[in-house]
Design a protein around this ligand. Structure first.
Ligand code: TYD
Ligand code: MG
Length: 448
């Protein structure tokens, strides 16, 4: 049998090499290469055993429902014992707040390498969680954390959970590199993951990530953990979205909606109220559409402002909608609907800090631009769904009936959609007016 060779890792970028270098060939960092420890050496595990797939049953997958139903949704219906959940997000977005709120539902060991005991206590009091069940640990040595958490005594407790806040502040003593380095993050999280599997308890790991993703961290451990959730939002607004990015125990693309208040995160129950400003719908430049976010449908408002430009190159700006897509739609409006936008600045904003990832919003964006240019409002309670092709045609969208149902439930009077979706709309039970259009110029003629 071939002898297993030693290998070297760069503690800055995590690249592995068969020999030592003074300067890392991958990231050009000096003096960052260290010999890797054979950390797994001597760990004798049980003899592996194959089981027939037919004996594995869905009911074996238990889920623990936390008191936060939005969190349960993004986890696929609850926290699975033995699973590792990563909550990533920018500093200050509310990860620790969310973690403390989840902690109150379990017998939790909360490991904090970032804050003092009194800070954590004050936060918990402010939020009003059940602090009787939470133990706090400020030690950051992963092996010691595991020793404490998985000690025979504490293993007797029911419904336990380990929270690491954050992965950038814990370390393994036998691994080279400072806290937060690639090798530390990777090794610490794999060790926590194997502990989770062994003891069948959930582990929640918090990781900081910056907008440009330059700081090593969450991106690196996406493949080690079972579920990756990203916490996003606008710092100026109190609205927060928890997105599922990966989930071995459920569907991705789920979202949880929260609002940051003076007493912690509150779940948003009436989701459409957040994105839909019912007062401004009757002013020019606004149009409403429906987006699918995992298992839910969300209505949102596209706001547009078209003004005469003072520049030789008119400006196009977009918040919540892809800028290239906006430029394309403007070109389509010029060519196929005869709108002269060349001497106008065009600004697009999606209300409530919502971000659109679907082309089904094309029609609403185009109609909002036309509305602002013509200074004519879209009739109130009109929903729009449709993709716009380069030739100006309105195309059908995926799962049209789900979107129509949401318009129906929210009391809309009228839906503007493509010819291709007309049939689906007619059988959906929507009682208002259904306007099917072939192309963008027809849509503009009918509405204005
Ligand atoms: P925090 O959870 O500490 O963020 P992270 O762990 O992601 O860095 O909290 C972020 C912000 O939320 C902080 O600026 C204070 C604010 N906040 C509230 O507005 N209300 C609250 O009840 C709490 C606990 C925090
Ligand atoms: Mg924090």
């Amino acid at each position: 049998m071939a002898k297993k060779k030693d290998f070297f890792v760069c503690i800055s970028c995590g690249s592995e090499f068969s020999k030592w270098f003074g300067k890392c060939p991958a990231c050009d960092e000096w003096d960052s290469i260290a010999e890797a420890e054979k950390s797994q050496r001597g760990l004798k595990s049980k003899k592996p055993e194959a089981v027939p797939l037919s004996t594995v049953e869905e009911k074996d997958l238990k889920r623990i429902e936390t008191g936060l139903s939005e969190f349960n949704i993004v986890c696929g219906g609850g926290v699975v014992p033995g699973s590792v959940i990563l909550i990533g997000g920018e500093p200050g977005i509310g990860k620790s707040t969310l973690a403390v709120q989840i902690a109150g539902n379990f017998n939790t060991l909360y490991v904090s390498g970032e804050e003092s005991l009194i800070q954590i206590r004050r936060r918990a009091d402010r939020i009003g969680v059940d602090i009787g069940k939470i133990d706090i640990l400020t030690c950051t040595d992963v092996d010691e954390i595991i020793d404490i958490f998985a000690s025979p005594d504490s293993m007797k407790e029911e419904q336990r959970c380990l929270i690491i806040d954050s992965i950038q502040t814990v370390y393994l003593s036998e691994i080279p590199g400072i806290k937060g380095s690639v090798s530390q993050i990777r090794e610490s999280s794999s060790r926590l993951a194997s502990m989770a599997k062994r003891t069948n308890t959930p582990v929640i790991i918090i990781g900081h990530i910056t907008k440009d993703g330059t700081i090593a961290g969450p991106k690196l451990l996406e493949h080690i953990v079972d579920t990756v959730l990203y916490f996003e939002g606008d710092f100026l607004k109190d609205f927060r979205i928890l997105r599922t990015f990966k989930n071995r125990y459920g569907s991705v693309n789920e979202v949880g909606l929260f609002r940051m208040t003076g007493s912690g995160l509150k779940e948003v129950k009436d989701k459409n109220k957040v994105f839909l400003n019912s007062f401004s719908s009757s002013t020019a430049g606004n149009a409403v559409s429906a987006a699918l976010e995992g298992s839910r449908t969300i209505l949102f408002e596209v706001q547009s402002l078209v003004t005469f430009t003072g520049f030789s190159n008119p400006r196009r700006m977009s918040d919540g909608f892809d800028l290239n897509r906006l430029i394309l739609l403007i070109a389509v409006l010029e060519k196929h609907a005869g709108l002269k936008l060349g001497s106008f600045d065009v600004f697009i904003n999606v209300s409530g800090g919502f971000r659109i990832n679907e082309t089904s919003a094309d029609l609403a964006v185009a109609m909002a631009i036309a509305s602002s240019l013509k200074d004519k409002a879209v009739p109130e309670r009109t929903g729009m769904i449709g993709e716009i092709s380069l030739s100006g045609e309105i195309r059908p969208v995926s799962q049209c009936s789900r979107r129509i149902l949401e318009f129906k439930n929210s009391g809309f009077d009228r839906i503007l959609l493509s010819e291709g979706d007309k049939r689906e709309a007619e059988v959906s039970g929507f009682e208002g007016e259904i306007i099917a259009v072939k192309n963008i110029s027809e849509a503009i003629d009918i509405i204005y």
